[in-house]
Design a protein. Structure first.
Length: 245
């Protein structure tokens, strides 16, 4: 395969990867607390794509994907156990295989009164304990994360943050975990808790639509480049094979 076709084929693959990423973002556009993924492109020096003179050629690839942690809109739900974070910070929960982090504050009570996520993971309070609701009295959550009932403090939500959010990777249903177990979180500074609200996904339909149109146009252009390369190769073969050429 010639260098033009290799570069175009690599470009097609990178756009397919980007479209798959975009499709996942759109599928989670209505998921509370979801943070969209974006892609970064790079160039891969490919020995297979060296030209006829042995000069190195490069091929475009999705170098990495990264998570956009920008704030989503806070939407009122009036649910007393629906909580949203304004500013930096993540709710901390005890997952089945370790500590997980999330921006999705759609919580409920387990049968034993423990505050849990939709998947049943206990929500952590400061000090490592879980939050145990002690009666049927209304639950009140203050802006600093203090949880109380009938004037009695039950605990305070643990809101974690990281200097470098790139240490987090997505894990399952809208959760995050540290890629490096040696990286410890720190308390979130300036985080404000809003009771009766949920943070919407930061995926915006118009932006995603524009991005999709751009990717599809690039895809079509690269398909045409492969077709042109194939035509050039066919004509070159025909010229070589022509008698008397």
């Amino acid at each position: 395969m010639d260098a033009l076709s290799i570069a175009a084929a690599s470009g097609l693959q990178s756009r397919m990867d980007a479209i798959e990423l975009l499709a996942n973002n759109l599928a989670n556009a209505a998921t509370a607390g979801y943070k969209m993924d974006r892609e970064s492109y790079g160039l891969y020096t490919s020995p297979e794509a060296d030209d006829l003179w042995g000069l190195p050629s490069t091929a475009p690839v999705v170098e990495r994907q990264w998570t956009d942690f920008s704030q989503g809109l806070l939407q009122p739900t009036n649910g007393p156990l629906d909580l949203a974070i304004s500013g930096r910070g993540l709710f901390v929960v005890n997952g089945p295989s370790g500590v997980l982090y999330t921006r999705n504050g759609h919580f409920h009570l387990a049968a034993n009164g423990t505050l849990v996520t939709q998947e049943g993971y206990p929500v952590k309070a400061q000090g490592g304990a879980t939050l145990q609701i002690i009666s049927t009295a209304p639950v009140e959550v203050s802006a600093d994360g203090t949880v109380s009932q009938s004037g009695q403090v039950i605990g305070k939500l643990e809101i974690a943050d990281f200097n470098d959010l790139s240490v987090l990777r997505k894990e399952g249903s809208n959760y995050l975990m540290t890629a490096d177990p040696n990286v410890a979180p720190m308390p979130a500074a300036g985080a404000e808790i809003h009771q009766g609200k949920l943070e919407a996904s930061n995926v915006t339909g118009p932006e995603a639509a524009v991005h999709l149109v751009g990717l599809m146009r690039q895809f079509e252009m690269l398909q045409r480049a492969i077709s042109i390369g194939a035509d050039m190769n066919r004509k070159a073969i025909e010229e070589v094979a022509r008698p008397g050429a």
